[in-house]
Each structure stands twice: as structure tokens, then as C-alpha cells.
Design a protein around this ligand. Structure first.
Ligand code: ADP
Ligand code: MG
Length: 448
């Protein structure tokens, strides 16, 4: 088996252990532990010294076995040998990584260093968002301020925000950069007010060079929070600091967003990300598989790209499944394996995507509203009514949770979905004609 896989198994094992043990224990006993061999019965681990081997055997064998089996998904026995004796004596001791200082490790926890511009694959549907992000990262506060990225879930907005952070940190080492989600901003503000510490909150947010707020649509309907955010925004903006925002919809479509915020969000560059076409999906999947150290033949890549269309996030799950399967079976990844392992997973995702498409098409035709309007934040009755119906149908015809349905309809949380379902159910109970209409729609959609 590839060394790379051994290394990633050990990474996983150490990560699990670090959840239980302090960093001192980790560096004393586990950091230098390596995996020498593995089969379906036994894993051989190498400790750097005879002494460490003894301690590991006496004190940590059970926990090591438990965690390793958890990672592998099957039972193995662990044998520990020491690098001081036997054939391993020649192996040079593993280099110890330098302890990151606290700042960096906190930063690492928050930022996935894997999200960079280098591994963001560009195509027609995301090139404006990517080039604007890169320009901002190279020249903060000179161009595109604020930068507002929007588009459906899973298409790379957060990836781009992290890429901006990583890039700015390379070139502007002294910059104070803060990445938060709209939800975190909200919670922090509420806490600050509850503890009567608004000044500290303001100092934190108003002394930045770059502020990134992800999922800013969370501020929808929250007028008090918007008020504070407005002042944060204005203070930074007037000092010529860079602001970057990401949302699942256009600023105009964020529900109950103060007009002055809408106009400020629009005043720099607003860039959308659209779902990727087949060519871009293949390129993204190729890139992901390389990054994950998995060798995937082209026909499998094409199979994945043809079947995963809406949310790129699904790709990582699929690749992990294939990797695990190939690891356990000892077979290379092939199209047959992919079809067998992912068939059901993709089929259910796919048919749900299809049915959702059909619901949108059907409802928009029947009630004369555009698909975009159904996802918009507009609340006039001629749009709200068909939206209630579309949401109800999605609940009836898919297995999606209310939370997932909320995402599809760009609602901020499941309460809107719940309300829509209630409205429709109530009407069904009181209006026979309407009940017949809904049943007819359901049958039609099912039958198609
Ligand atoms: P969003 O914030 O828009 O919901 P994310 O940024 O979390 O989406 O992206 C979901 C996943 O898809 C991440 O793993 C991300 O790396 C990946 N992804 C999306 N678009 C691309 C792209 N163009 N190139 C590489 N990876 C991408
Ligand atoms: Mg995101």
C-alpha cells in the first residue's frame, strides 16, 4: 500500500488521539509513531525508542487499537516494534514538526489551508467571482470594495473567501484580517450587549484591514444586528479597509435588509457563481482527487461529473467512499466499483435533484412566476402562494429535511418551510377543490 495512505491513516489516528490527550502527551508518545505495515489482521507500528515502545504497549495499546480500528472500519491487532532494534534501526527518526505558535494553530483551525486560488478550478460559471477575489487579495481596498459574492450552496464561495485570506496573509503579513460568518457576527454582538461590552466588540470589528463575512444572508430580518453591521461597515469603508461578503442570494433579495445596506453591498462589485457545466465539474473532480491522493481513472471522473451536478460538496464524500472501498478491498478504483459503491447514493441524490427541477418548472408554469422569484425573498401574495405550494410539494415528493428544503428555496431557516407547509395543509383541510388540485399535481409529478 502506498506510503501516502499509511501517512494519512496515521494522521487520522493522531487526530483522534489529540482529542483525548494534551499536546505534551501527544508529542511525548504519539507524534513520532509510524505505521510500518498493515493487513487485514495486524498493524505494525514503529516507536522511535525501546523505552517508548514499552510505555506505548503498557499504557496505550488499548486506546491505539480502538482508534485505529475505528479509522480502518475493521478489527486489527496492533504490534509495536522499536526503531532501535531490528531492521528498523536504519530508518532515520521522523523529523519532528515545529510546534506552531498559538496564533497559527488557531488560524489553522479556522482556515483550511487547502482552500487556495491554486486549487480553485476556474470556468465560465465562476470566473468573474474568482478574478474579482484574486484582484482583491492582491490589491486589498484598491479595487472592488466591497466585494459581494453570491450563489447557491456548495459552489465555492467559502473556498474563495479562504483563498483570499490565505493570499493576503502571504503578501501583507501585518494585516489584521477577520473572517466570520453572519451567524457568528450576530451571536458575538448579542453576547457583547448582554455582557454590556459593546466597546470591545466595536474595537474588534472596527480595527481591521480586511473583514470577510460569510453567509451574510443570516442578517435577513434582523434589524438590530443590521444597524450595528451598518456602522461596522461604514467605519471600515471610510478608512479604506477591504470588506468581502458572501451570500446565497443577491443583496436585493435578502429579506428585510435595510435599504442603506443593500445599496452599500451593491456599491462595489457584485459577482455571482453559477452551477458548473460538465467540463468544469470534471476539472474540479480531477483536482480534488489529486489533492486527496486518490488515483481515479478518467471514465470514473466522467461518471461522477455526470451524476453530481448541483452541489460540489458531494464530491468529497464520494471520493472518500471510493478511497475507503479501494483500501479495504485492495482493488484499484474502477468504473464498476464506482457504480457499485456510489450507485444508490448518486441515484437518490440525482432523482431528488430531478424532482426538484420538475417542481420548479411545474409550479412556475402553472402559476406564472419565474423560478428565480420562487427563490427570491419577495413576499407579495402572487409569489408567496406558489412558493408555499412548491415548498409543500418538495416536502411531499423528496426525503429532504426542512433544513435542506430551506436551502433550496434560499430561506434562512426551516421555520419558513414549516410555515409554508402549515399554510398548505390548512388549506387542504378546508378546501376540497384545492385538495384535489394538489393531489393532481402530485400524481402528475410522480408519474412523469
Ligand atoms: P459554498 O460556500 O458556496 O457553499 P464551498 O466553498 O463550501 O461552497 O464549496 C464546497 C466544496 O466544493 C468545497 O470543498 C470546495 O473546495 C469545492 N469547490 C467548489 N467550487 C470549486 C472549484 N471551482 N474548484 C475547486 N473546488 C471547488
Ligand atoms: Mg459557504
Amino acid at each position: 500500500m502506498a506510503e501516502l495512505e499509511f501517512a494519512s491513516i496515521m494522521d487520522g489516528l493522531k487526530e483522534e488521539l489529540s482529542k483525548i490527550y494534551s499536546s505534551t502527551t501527544m508529542s511525548l508518545w504519539f507524534d513520532q509513531l509510524a505505521l510500518l505495515s498493515l493487513d487485514d489482521k495486524q498493524a505494525v507500528l514503529v516507536a522511535p525508542t525501546e523505552f517508548k515502545k514499552d510505555i506505548l504497549e503498557k499504557k496505550y495499546l488499548d486506546v491505539l487499537t480502538d482508534k485505529l480500528c475505528g479509522i480502518l472500519g475493521f478489527e486489527v491487532e496492533i504490534k509495536i516494534i522499536s526503531a532501535e532494534s531490528g531492521p528498523m534501526a536504519k530508518v532515520p527518526p521522523l523529523e519532528k514538526e515545529e510546534e506552531p505558535d498559538e496564533d497559527i494553530s488557531a488560524y489553522k483551525m479556522r482556515f483550511n489551508p487547502n482552500y487556495t486560488f491554486e486549487n480553485f478550478v476556474v470556468g465560465k460559471s465562476n470566473e468573474l467571482a474568482q478574478s474579482a477575489s484574486l484582484a482583491v487579495a492582491r490589491h486589498p481596498a484598491e479595487l472592488n470594495n466591497p466585494l459581494f459574492l453570491y450563489g447557491p450552496s456548495g459552489l465555492g464561495k467559502t473556498h474563495l473567501l479562504f483563498a483570499i485570506v490565505n493570499e493576503i496573509r502571504k503578501n501583507f503579513k501585518n494585516y489584521h484580517i477577520l473572517y466570520v460568518t453572519g451567524e457568528e457576527f450576530t451571536n458575538e454582538l448579542i453576547d457583547a450587549l448582554a455582557q454590556k461590552k459593546p466597546v470591545a466588540f466595536r474595537e474588534k470589528y472596527r480595527n481591521l484591514d480586511v473583514l470577510l463575512v460569510d453567509d451574510i444572508q443570516f442578517l435577513a430580518n434582523k434589524l438590530g444586528i443590521q444597524e450595528e453591521f451598518f456602522h461596522t461597515f461604514d467605519t471600515l469603508y471610510k478608512q479604506n479597509k477591504q470588506i468581502i461578503l458572501a451570500s446565497d442570494c443577491h443583496p436585493r433579495e435578502i429579506n428585510n435588509l435595510e435599504e442603506r445596506l443593500k445599496s452599500r453591498f451593491e456599491s462595489g462589485l457584485v459577482a455571482d457563481i453559477q452551477p458548473p457545466d460538465l467540463e468544469l465539474r470534471v476539472a474540479i473532480f480531477k483536482r480534488k482527487s489529486v489533492d486527496m491522493g486518490i488515483d481515479i481513472p478518467n471514465d470514473v471522473l466522467l461518471y461522477l461529473a455526470e451524476n453530481i451536478k448541483i452541489n460540489i460538496r458531494q464530491i468529497e464524500g464520494s471520493l472518500k467512499k471510493l478511497k475507503a472501498n479501494s483500501f479495504i478491498s485492495g482493488e484499484p478504483i474502477t468504473l464498476e466499483m464506482a457504480q457499485k459503491v456510489l450507485g444508490d447514493f448518486l441515484k437518490s441524490a440525482e432523482s431528488e435533484d430531478n424532482i426538484i427541477d420538475k417542481i420548479f418548472t411545474y409550479v412556475s408554469k402553472r402559476y406564472g412566476v419565474s423560478k428565480d422569484a420562487l427563490k427570491s425573498q419577495k413576499r407579495n401574495a402572487d409569489i408567496a402562494y406558489p412558493r408555499h405550494i412548491a415548498i409543500y410539494l418538495t416536502r411531499e415528493l423528496t426525503s429532504l429535511s426542512q433544513k435542506s428544503i430551506a436551502k433550496i428555496f434560499a430561506r434562512k431557516d426551516h421555520t419558513t418551510v414549516y410555515n409554508s407547509i402549515m399554510v398548505v395543509e390548512k388549506k387542504i383541510k378546508s378546501d376540497v377543490q384545492f385538495e384535489r388540485e394538489i393531489n393532481q399535481i402530485i400524481n402528475e409529478l410522480k408519474g412523469q
